[in-house]
Design a protein. Sequence first.
Length: 286
Amino acid sequence: MKIAILGASGQLGYDLQPALQSHDVTPLTRNEVNVTNFSQTRDMLLEIRPDLILNTTAYHRVDDCETHPELAYQVNALAVLNLIRIANDLDGVLIHISTDYVFDGGAKQPYTEDAVPFPLSVYANSKLSGEFLVRALCKKYFLIRTCGLYGRAGSQGKGGNFVETMIAKAKRGESIRVVNDQVVTPTYTVDLARQIARLLPLEQYGLYHMTNEGSCTWYEFANAVFQLSGIDADLTPTTSDVYKAPAIRPRYSVLENARLKQLGLNEMRHWREALAAYLKDKAPQR
Ligand SMILES: NC(=O)c1ccc[n+]([C@@H]2O[C@H](COP(=O)([O-])OP(=O)(O)OC[C@H]3O[C@@H](n4cnc5c(N)ncnc54)[C@H](OP(=O)(O)O)[C@@H]3O)[C@@H](O)[C@H]2O)c1
């Protein structure tokens, strides 16, 4: 299958490349294709003529989205509309990545694909708009919601991933406060990339939740990072109210991989096992 990956230098885009190595993959970084340049994106993709467009791009600096809503909607919704039109014109498939933040966090148990979204921030609204466009207009799509990504490529847009940020702070001897009232499922991009690769050939299009298994607060995740890395850090829990981030985050955004499980396809391991694998995988590269 001929595949074009947009956002190829990002965390997920980077790990998708080895996961899809049996396919004919063209990785496209922001330098090669800026998805907000609609004609450039269209020209490039019509030249490549992929069977599958895999969009990992996003404007996901969640707090900055509050003050830059136009940019959020441009990247997370309008650029997606452009990709939908291109995919339809090529009679191809679009894979688009969305977020746990489309939910308001009022649930007490993991959100399945049937749960009704209620976004709380500009970022979340812009991502949900992208989702609506995909679901309404795209002929063949996989729409994948995930949560708390970390991967070896780090996330340039966010200034490094959470795990590396924690380790760097501890190594600098900083006292570290992390929120203990937002429950998530941290997800390793290698696992997500492999799960996407497994789903691809089946043509079971539609909406999927895809995260590692289990759940924890960001504080508990930071604690696990230090435990598994053998780092003695000055870590204390805090609350979202004390932290006062500009954008409201859901207090609970755990996703159930319900559709994958129904299809007998769920290969996602527990987040703690995935974190241990990440720490091991990255070791020789440093
Ligand atoms: N990170 C998370 O915790 C999380 C959680 C839930 C869902 N998601 C979703 O998962 C997807 C992948 O996230 P990620 O963590 O892999 O993000 P990432 O590491 O920041 O990668 C995103 C990539 O998109 C590129 N990009 C951004 N704007 C672009 C534009 N206008 N044109 C072309 N490329 C552009 C970035 O380029 P630069 O490197 O030049 O910035 C980067 O390579 C996103 O859709 C995100 O919304 C992420």
